[in-house]
Design a protein around this ligand. Structure first.
Ligand SMILES: Nc1ncnc2c1ncn2[C@@H]1O[C@H](COP(=O)(O)OP(=O)(O)O)[C@@H](O)[C@H]1O
Ligand SMILES: [Mg+2]
Length: 399
């Protein structure tokens, strides 16, 4: 195994790609990491923010990860809806927060309500209590809301957003629009009319409908709905203006979208879908991270056939297995790489550690940005970077 380990090397990222990734961490004001669940988005987001802090910038990373992965990756016990500083050996600042979408929605209601009473009325409403958690796209929208709030605060040089681990992650692109459309909806407008005057004016058919609704859904629920909509009166404009500004923010040059994928057909397909959705919104991918790539072995041994059953024969079989996986992984992401060109592509190897502290993140950062420490380490030991001990080739498919 020692021979293989020494020969281990990952696909060398071109220094140009590393430099372009480093430039994203150095220059951008917003970095949005997208990709399907489990590919390493949270890890990459944290690494981006950490790299920015290393470059002397004030960085904040926002995660929506319900699994507390970011807190875990940063080696802290807990994160809240308010940014908390992460201590570390960097000249800049690193802050992190975990999005609480309900809390963010509540803050928003406070912000846009004309009076504290209006805000309290909404927050106490049963429908709101359910809706603020369940309205489709709420989480995605609130992530953008939080992003906007952080950018507006001007407290940070860069805000990194880790999107939710679902296909709906990019709903935030249209979520602001959806919320304002919802608030501008005709039914909503109707319900906003003072109830009595409105009920007098509407047709018998409508009254029958309302009665039926009350019978089916319960009079209380219908009343809740009416008070809910009435409570929002006058707030749509604030939401609309904010949604437009948010959309502008995402389209600016200072915003970067980084797509994260695993070198497997299914996640690559998802990544492609994300890229196309961004494209439909007039946005583009500024960098692709292919994460958890199997190690590559630079040497192709030209040895006499090893005696069957010998240790060498085992190694050879192992090596061929790796090479087959390497080829399959490259085949899986080749089209995507071409599709996203000229976006830079960085391949991060499958590490033999779980990334759960600042050191682990530093290793990831080294692969993403060619950070100074990683480069120095690579000069000291020629085999690095790469996993310290290659795992055995899995019997069947790596992915
Ligand atoms: N290059 C890597 N090598 C080894 N483990 C990794 C690598 N990247 C991420 N991980 C691990 O994979 C798991 C999922 O990563 P995470 O960033 O939480 O994914 P996501 O946010 O996309 O769901 C975590 O346990 C993390 O430590
Ligand atoms: Mg995550």
């Amino acid at each position: 195994m020692t021979t293989l380990r020494d020969a281990a090397a990952t696909v060398p990222a071109t220094s140009v790609a590393l430099e372009r990734f480093a430039a994203l961490a150095r220059d951008k004001a917003i970095v949005v990491c997208c990709g399907s669940g489990g590919v390493g988005k949270t890890t990459v987001s944290a690494a981006f923010a950490m790299e920015a802090a290393r470059l002397g910038r004030r960085a904040c990373v926002v995660t929506i990860d319900p699994a507390r992965r970011l807190a875990n990756a940063l080696g802290v016990a807990e994160l809240t809806n308010v940014a908390s500083p992460i201590e570390g050996p960097w000249p800049g600042e690193l802050h992190a927060l975990m999005l609480d979408s309900k809390g963010t929605f509540d803050d928003l209601v406070h912000k846009y309500a004309a009076t504290p009473e209006q805000a309290e009325g909404i927050l106490a409403n049963r429908l709101y209590k359910n809706l603020s958690g369940a309205l489709s796209g709420t989480q995605e929208y609130m992530a953008m809301e939080k992003l906007y709030e952080l950018v507006e605060e001007g407290r940070y040089d860069v805000v990194v957003v880790d999107t939710p681990p679902t296909r709906n992650a990019l709903d935030f692109l249209e979520a602001p629009g959806r919320l304002t459309r919802f608030l501008g909806h005709r039914l909503f407008q109707l319900l906003l009319m003072p109830t009595r005057a409105y009920l007098r004016a509407v047709s018998v058919a409508m009254q029958t409908l309302m009665r039926t609704l009350s019978r089916v859904a319960g009079a209380e629920i219908v009343q809740d709905a009416i008070t809910f909509f009435q409570a929002f009166e006058g707030m749509e404009e604030g939401f609309r203006v904010r949604a437009d500004r948010m959309r502008d923010l995402l389209g600016q040059d200072s915003t970067a979208f980084v797509l994260v994928t695993a070198p497997r057909d299914d996640t690559v397909e998802e990544a492609r879908w994300f890229a196309d959705r961004l494209g439909e919104s007039g946005l583009s991918v500024d960098g692709l991270v292919v994460n958890r790539v199997y190690p590559r072995f630079a040497v192709t041994p030209h040895l006499a056939p090893a005696p069957a059953g010998s240790a060498l024969a085992v190694l050879e079989t192992n090596l061929r297995g790796y090479q087959a996986i390497n080829a399959r992984e490259e085949a899986a992401c080749g089209d995507l790489v071409l599709h996203l060109a000229p976006a830079p592509v960085v391949r991060v190897p499958l590490l033999d550690i779980d990334v759960h502290d600042v050191d682990g993140l530093g290793t990831i950062a080294g692969h993403l940005f060619g950070a100074p420490t990683a480069r120095a380490a690579a000069r000291r030991e020629p085999a690095a970077p790469g996993p310290s001990a290659p795992p055995s080739v899995p019997p069947s498919d790596a992915g």
